[in-house]
Design a protein around this ligand. Structure first.
Ligand code: LLP
Length: 450
């Protein structure tokens, strides 16, 4: 996190709160969120986007993607920074609404929304949430029927797939799609309407639905803005096609989330100003090429706001040198076990994600050794950091922090091996605010009806 500093005694403080004091008071493992950093990241993106789009006379709106990490405090921070909240389940939707977020600034995604989700979405606030993002042709009638049953109107967007997939350092353009989200902007056969256009026409045919616009999400952890450029062009082409066919020029285009962050020292994140300038230019050019007015644009960033603002604090337990087989790149690796693991951070096991760990209770002049940070779960894939140099004298009781766990850490946590999930605290200007209570074994047993 941005406010992290190494103090004179060698320990690290974040938000003017010493991590050893925090660990002593709250226990470990613990998710720690630097509130100032998270707010500043939201504000920086908001300002960069607002400026870049204003230069072209266009409006832009940001929705924080709650899947990265959502609790009521975070929903409020994001609202205070001027962002709406993007949700993808009854739990996320209820959390945002119960935090007091204006329903008009909440969105709902999902490829298989439940009746309960739709009913809440369509009845929250004065006239339902701001946008329900439709994901299939059957959902067009489904949402219209639920709206009709409730006697309300639904403000909807259609999620389209452009063939542009992005993530990591590359993006590739493919002609066809093989995944569950959205409707393709490409016709199955030349001369036919695309699935996206067919669904858009179906939406316009239902009086209960107000069509706000088109939505496109091309991937996550994107470090090259070219993918957004390509997707924006495709989306604006379909918007123009719909206008040509029906006279309806939808007012908004949502380009999703996906801005990449730096996980390891030396990596660079996607710069907010660069992404803002490039996407604004792409949207404006594409509108000009199709002879249509520039739409209002929205984005749904999650990781780039929450990720780098969070860390996980662990206590080191068993330290075990393991001799590696003859011919391995290393003779020996130091296995450093911590008091959490794949239950609180599944990303290394699930995606092969790389993280960095550091001793934060002290400094050490011992030489670095190649270490692997592992959890306490019962499987050998329970690895949090594959490769990191730690001081050779790392020992039980040392405090270890894993950085950039603010997104998709707590939100993807499990209770595997019946390990309770860690709590989350916010730190800011020397103050500690608990956000989510640490789970206990009693909490887990409370669910056990035997
Ligand atoms: N909007 C939509 C429709 C999305 O599907 C996503 C992420 C986002 C916004 C936010 O994307 P972000 O800005 O956070 O990249 N669990 C994975 C990431 C899954 C992302 C799924 N969709 C991980 O830990 O890397």
């Amino acid at each position: 996190p941005r406010t992290a500093v190494r103090r004179a005694d060698g320990s690290v403080a974040v938000g003017d709160v010493g991590l050893p004091e925090l660990a002593a008071a709250q226990g470990t493992p613990l998710y720690v969120v630097d509130e100032r950093d998270m707010r500043e990241r939201a504000a920086a993106l908001r300002d960069a986007m607002t400026t870049a789009f204003a230069e072209h006379g266009a409006e832009v709106e940001l929705f924080y993607a709650g899947k990265a990490f959502l609790c009521r405090a975070v929903a409020r921070w994001m609202s205070q920074e001027g962002l709406g909240i993007d949700t993808a389940s009854l739990g996320e939707l209820t959390t945002a609404l119960s935090a007091g977020v204006d329903a008009a600034r909440v969105g709902l995604h999902g490829n298989n929304k439940s009746d309960e989700e739709l009913e809440l979405a369509l009845t929250a606030g004065d006239k339902g949430i701001g946008r329900v993002v439709l994901d299939s042709l059957v959902e067009v009638d489904r949402v219209a029927d639920v709206a009709a049953g409730l006697g309300v109107r639904a403000r909807v967007m259609l999620r389209v797939t452009t063939g542009v997939h992005a993530g990591g350092h590359e993006y590739i353009s493919t002609g066809h799609e093989d995944q569950k989200f959205g409707l393709s902007v490409h016709p199955a056969r030349p001369g036919e309407d695309s699935p996206a256009l067919t669904a858009l026409l179906a939406i316009l045919a239902r009086p209960e639905l107000d069509l706000l616009g088109l939505h496109s999400h091309i991937g996550s952890q994107i470090l090259d803005p070219a993918g957004f450029d390509a997707a924006a062009r495709e989306v604006l082409r379909v918007r123009a096609e719909l206008a040509e066919r029906t006279g309806v020029l939808v007012p908004e285009v949502d380009l999703g989330g996906g801005f990449g962050v730096a996980y390891l020292p030396g990596e660079v994140e996607l710069d907010p100003e660069r992404i803002a300038k490039e996407t604004a230019a792409a949207v404006v050019e594409a509108a000009a090429e199709t002879g249509t007015a520039v739409p209002r644009v929205s984005f749904e960033p999650g990781r780039s706001i929450a990720g780098p603002a969070g860390l996980t604090l662990y206590t080191v337990g068993t330290v075990k040198p393991v001799r590696l087989p003859e011919g391995s790149e290393l003779a020996e690796r130091l296995y450093v076990s911590i008091d959490g693991g794949m239950g609180d951070n599944i990303r290394p096991a699930l995606y092969g994600a790389a993280y960095h760990a550091e001793l934060v209770g002290r400094t050490s002049s011992a030489p670095p050794v190649r270490a692997r940070v592992v959890g306490k779960h019962c499987e050998s894939g329970d690895i949090v950091v594959h490769d990191v140099d730690l001081p050779a004298d790392v020992h039980a009781g040392d405090l270890l922090a894993v950085a950039v766990t603010g997104a998709y850490g707590r939100s993807m946590a499990s209770t595997y091996n019946l390990l309770p999930r860690p709590g989350v605290v916010a730190v800011r200007d020397g103050e500690v605010t608990p956000l989510v209570r640490r789970e206990s074994v009693a909490d887990l047993l409370a669910l056990d009806l035997g």
